[in-house]
Ligand binder design. Structure first.
Ligand SMILES: NC(=O)c1ccc[n+]([C@@H]2O[C@H](COP(=O)([O-])OP(=O)(O)OC[C@H]3O[C@@H](n4cnc5c(N)ncnc54)[C@H](OP(=O)(O)O)[C@@H]3O)[C@@H](O)[C@H]2O)c1
Length: 242
């Protein structure tokens, strides 16, 4: 088991849902938690208060689709924290749009946050991850990275693409002792689902804390058995059904 105390975890999408649940669990292990990006300052502040019950927290709000923000954010993390050990690419946006109505602007926005942002953030942090004995990248993909859902054409494409480069990076980085994983959850009861699938009530759905537990499992298990990807289905549903 790796001792995670004082290691630096960079987490996107930390303002709520899966990100906040993960932030709390990272902090409970004594990790220095960096909440990178996000537009809702109140929600980020609530997560900061939760993290600071157990550990240290650095909050850097901003738009992660802006590559300059990513570069400045990484520089700030290294300046203040001095290192980066774990990256959790969690920020994302869903959609609920008929295929024929998807605009180029919506396409670009979803692909930018779900696929391009984690790609270039990982690229920027890679030199620092290479120096860590706990280096881990965890990409929060989705079961839509395997299946396809109506009204979610761009979201589905973005998570397929995320899963694609996750696999490539895992092979490219293993010699540097950097572990690269994907988690593909089915329906998790967060604000994203409440907005994009108002028909769902939360009953029988996966809770954000359950995904956070799986993140911690990845971090704690760095033996010879490498896990590429974990698919997380709802207990009462056929696989791949949200
Ligand atoms: N909920 C599910 O059923 C489910 C299933 C499979 C996978 N996932 C994935 O899990 C991840 C977390 O989602 P969630 O369910 O926890 O929903 P959530 O609470 O809506 O979290 C999404 C986060 O992404 C951040 N974000 C969005 N656009 C951003 C941008 N341009 N710059 C910076 N931050 C941005 C949001 O911050 P602001 O609110 O501050 O903008 C928010 O904190 C996503 O990647 C999602 O695709 C979710």
């Amino acid at each position: 088991m790796i001792n995670l105390k004082d290691k630096v975890a960079v987490l996107t999408g930390g303002g709520g849902g899966i990100g906040r649940a993960a932030a709390e669990k990272l902090a409970r292990q004594g990790m220095y938690v960096v909440l990178l990006g996000g537009n809702n300052h109140d929600k980020l502040e609530q997560t900061r208060q939760l993290v600071e019950k157990y550990s240290r927290c650095l909050v850097l709000p901003g738009d992660l689709t802006d590559l300059d923000f990513i570069a400045a954010g990484v520089a700030e993390i290294i300046r203040i924290c001095g290192r980066s050990d774990v990256l959790i690419n969690n920020a994302g946006v869903a959609q609920n749009t008929p295929f024929e109505k998807v605009s180029a602007a919506e396409y670009d926005r979803i692909m930018a946050i779900n696929t391009r942002t984690p790609f270039f953030l990982t690229q920027q942090l890679l030199p620092f991850l290479k120096k860590s004995d706990a280096a881990t990248v965890i990409n929060i993909a989705s079961v839509v990275g395997h299946a396809g859902y109506p009204l979610q054409s761009v979201y589905t494409a973005s998570k397929h693409a995320l899963l694609g480069w996750t696999k490539s990076l895992a092979r490219e980085c293993y010699r540097d002792n950097i572990r690269v994983h994907a988690i593909c959850p089915g329906g998790v009861y967060t604000d994203m689902v409440k907005l994009s699938r108002p028909d769902l009530t939360g009953e029988g759905m996966i809770m954000p804390e359950e995904i956070a537990e799986i993140i911690m499992f990845f971090l704690a298990n760095r033996g010879n058995a490498v896990i590429d990807e974990i698919l997380v289905h709802r207990v009462n549903k056929e696989p791949f059904l949200v």
